[in-house]
Ligand binder design. Structure first.
Ligand SMILES: Nc1nc2c(ncn2[C@@H]2O[C@H](COP(=O)(O)OP(=O)(O)O)[C@@H](O)[C@H]2O)c(=O)[nH]1
Ligand SMILES: [Mg+2]
Length: 243
């Protein structure tokens, strides 16, 4: 397995060095690509310093903030051009614990998509309020029902994809951002027949830096799920006609 961790960053100066050190310690054989969108706080520069010290880390510096989905698409393309066959998605804020990665990478040998899931038995979000949990769980249930995802945590951003899964997904044409990006990737993986497994994780709120997710990103995801769900329902008879 030739593994690339794709680490998108925007203003993660308080986390970037710690995260790179943690990733190197937990999965020493993996290469890391930081995809930074011109963070004004010096995240890319700090990543370059850590890269010189730790080795096997590259920094893709983009000019302006273009969204999480765009950062992952650029990272996947970068890795496929360099013959990586396994791709990790992880936030830079320690919401996703790098310590979960050895288990997730071992599952990646058997399954084309591994999702670090808060909603399978054993998964948890210790610090969320009831209302926030209800919103996230409700959103996930809605997406799963509308799109027949058979995935309990389709908005999760902690994942491992095989090269084959990215090909089936045709990731470069995925357009959504944020949560919508994760749902669209899951939907396409299902439609493409990729195998998907959920691995329980404990999701922790970030303690340093600020979240970049916005109400607009939540609404984008909601609108897309509704649109695709309706399209899916109406295209069912056509598909069954073809046989
Ligand atoms: N390159 C890049 N990274 C981003 C962008 N938006 C968010 N990120 C990074 O993507 C990860 C997830 O974003 P975060 O703000 O933690 O979202 P949340 O976990 O939903 O609150 C973090 O590592 C962010 O620094 C963006 O526009 N470009
Ligand atoms: Mg986060």
């Amino acid at each position: 397995m030739k593994t690339l961790v794709v680490l998108p960053t925007f203003n993660e100066i308080a986390n970037i060095t710690k995260m790179l050190v943690a990733l190197r310690r937990v999965i020493p054989e993996a290469s890391i690509l930081v995809v930074d969108d011109g963070s004004p706080d010096g995240t890319a520069e700090a990543a370059e310093v850590a890269a010189a010290e730790l080795g096997n880390i590259s920094v893709l510096r983009r000019q302006s903030k273009s969204g999480l989905g765009s950062a992952y698409r650029a990272g996947f393309s970068w890795g496929l051009e360099r013959n990586f066959d396994t791709f990790v998605e992880i936030d830079c804020d320690f919401s996703h614990d790098p310590e979960d990665l050895p288990a997730m990478l071992s599952l990646a040998g058997k399954s084309e998509v591994v999702i670090g899931s808060r909603y399978v038995p054993g998964g948890s979000i210790p610090s969320w309020s009831r209302s926030r949990l209800l919103l996230s769980r409700g959103g996930n249930k809605y997406a799963s029902a509308m799109l027949r995802l058979k995935v309990l945590d389709s908005t999760a951003g902690f994942r491992v994809y095989s090269k084959g899964a990215l090909e089936k997904i045709d990731y470069s044409t995925v357009r959504a951002d944020g949560y919508g990006f994760q749902i669209e990737m899951t939907y396409r993986a299902r439609q493409g027949g990729a195998s998907i497994v959920e691995h329980p994780i404990a999701f922790r709120d970030r303690t340093e830096g600020e979240s970049k997710m916005s109400r607009a990103i939540v609404l984008e995801a909601l609108g897309m799920v509704t649109k695709w769900g309706i399209q899916r329902v109406f295209s069912l008879p056509r598909r069954s006609h073809k046989g």
